[in-house]
Design a protein around this ligand. Structure first.
Ligand code: MV4
Length: 495
């Protein structure tokens, strides 16, 4: 492989290109008009504009991207995450064009893209699953009898869904009919497929996922777990590896189940098997993600592997160069997603210019981003500014390091989720490790954040505009800041 096209944008496009560069592979960026000045476009050896900002006129145009790839003599396409990354049709078209898709086969993507076929495949390997319907619900009569046998509360889930889309909670038998109809019509309009199934509702579960890596020679390993329970509306906020609740025995059991799921669909490349873990530490297979995930860096930090390089090696037909017993967990890693959202205002996207943008540095800190100071965050895509990742010898050190790094991060011009992440990291439920997917719902209220960040207070102080914020804390910080400035000035004068 000599030249790779990255069919993506932002931090992940840059992250993929960096690994390619280290491997001596040339890179091609495809970009929309909104990303003309983006870092990933400048970083690439060649770059081609493929259309206007909306993704359905640019980053989702598979055929156009393949056309560019053919014209530039590209021999591999990396899809990143989102956009075309889990589109089996795109993977098949890439293959048909004689180009290597850096990811699993279209067949594996098809099997895992549908929850019912994923569960059917996993069942052959006795992977534990939440009790519920054996496959598709044929009609209301079947739904009612399965609901009675399963017990309440239960969930009706869309087979084509994912990330919580097309999921309905049902508390009573009387509601099964209405909720099933709603789930089916929602699924039909969102995915063009109204297949639904029933699962018992696991209350207060943890979301723990296993990273796997498979080659085209039948070798599959697990690269341990990521704890992703801190989520908001199915968007992950903080991820860590390892999980603070898995014992070595449970880790091995879940890891081996994840390997079986991969084997069940003849998987190749990097993949993630999602599990729910209940309060008695029973685990259940949920679904498999057939892409490199946003949170893959925490796995890289604890395993010492570069997952993008591994993906490229596998795509070139190489065998995995390690066996399960060669792998071990080194220390602890945490990632926070730095999003241009306002936690004080229901996490509404807050796009604009990065007036100040200084990233934290020092021991054990990694920032995966795609912006520089002065750049605008485009409104057309997701609001991720950066991923801040830290690595420490243990969980405690990782948390302390993350708090230090968040404190060093300077962003003005847009609201971010940084202070919110500090709040989570300091919370007793987080530090104790005793939390589940209801953490934010249970413990967070917008009033819990300072009404103004330290940086805002400092800027306000600099401009002497105390009146911009009457909040006592800010005035206090302002006074402290002014006091510090005054004494500095005095010192300077004396010297
Ligand atoms: C569940 C569940 C409880 N019981 N399934 C949400 C997204 C999709 N991947 C599956 N999801 C869930 N499935 C059963 N049988 C609870 C969730 C769920 C959830 C899962 C992981 C992380 C955060 C979540 C937030 C709400 C609900």
């Amino acid at each position: 492989m000599k030249k790779i096209l990255v069919a993506n944008r932002g931090e992940i496009a840059l992250r993929v290109m960096r690994s390619a560069k280290e491997m001596g592979i040339k890179t091609v960026a495809v970009f929309s008009e909104a990303d003309r000045n983006a870092l990933f476009v400048r970083y690439a050896d060649e770059a081609v504009c493929i259309g206007p900002p909306p993704s359905n006129q640019s980053y989702l145009l598979g055929d156009k991207i393949i056309e560019v790839a053919k014209k530039l003599g590209v021999d591999g396409i990396h899809p990143g995450y989102g956009f075309l990354s889990e589109n089996a049709g795109f993977a098949a078209a890439v293959k048909k064009a004689g180009i290597t898709f850096i990811g699993p086969s279209p067949e594996a993507m098809d099997v895992m893209g549908d929850k019912l076929s994923a569960k059917a495949a996993a069942k052959k390997f006795n992977v534990p699953m939440v009790p519920g319907s054996e496959g598709l619900l044929k009609d209301l009569k079947e739904a009612i009898s399965v609901a009675k046998a399963t017990g309440f509360p239960l969930l009706i889930k869309a087979s084509a869904g994912g990330g919580g889309k097309g999921m309905r909670l049902v508390e009573r038998i009387e509601d099964v009919e209405e909720q099933m109809k709603m789930a089916m019509s929602e699924a039909k309009s969102a995915f063009g497929d109204d297949s639904v199934f029933i699962e018992k509702f696991v209350s207060g579960p943890r979301h723990i996922e296993i990273q796997i890596m498979a080659d085209n020679h039948g070798n599959v390993v697990y690269l341990f777990e990521r704890e992703c329970s801190i989520q908001r509306r199915h968007q992950k906020v903080i991820e860590e590896a390892p999980s603070s609740v898995l014992t070595p025995e449970l880790r091995k059991q879940m890891g081996e189940c994840a390997v079986d799921v991969a084997k069940a669909c003849n998987y190749s490349g990097a993949g993630t098997v999602e599990f729910l873990v209940d309060d008695t530490m029973k685990f259940y297979f949920l679904e498999m993600n057939t892409r490199l995930q946003v949170e893959h860096p925490v796995t890289e930090m604890i395993s010492g592997l570069d997952l993008v390089k591994e993906q490229i090696r596998v795509a070139r037909g190489e065998k995995l160069s390690y066996k399960q017993e060669d792998l071990k967990i080194n220390g602890h890693a945490i990632e926070v997603r730095v999003c241009a959202e306002d936690p004080k205002n229901n996490f509404l996207p807050d796009i604009g210019k990065l007036v100040t943008y200084r990233t934290p540095k020092g021991t054990g800190v990694r920032v995966d981003d795609g912006f520089e100071e002065g750049m605008d965050i485009p409104i057309f895509y997701d609001p991720l500014i950066a991923k801040l990742i830290v690595h420490g010898k243990d969980r405690e050190e990782a948390i302390e390091r993350m708090l230090r790094a968040i404190d060093e991060y300077q962003i003005t011009g847009v609201s971010t989720t940084l202070q919110f992440c500090s709040f989570v990291l300091k919370h007793k439920a987080f530090t104790s490790g005793k939390f589940d997917t209801n953490f934010i719902k249970n413990y967070f209220k917008p009033e819990m954040l300072d009404t103004s960040t330290k940086q805002e207070a400092e800027i306000a102080a600099l401009f002497g505009s105390i009146f911009v914020n009457k909040d006592a804390k800010v005035v206090k910080q302002h006074n402290n800041f002014e006091e510090a400035q005054r004494s500095k000035w005095k010192t300077n004068r004396i010297q």
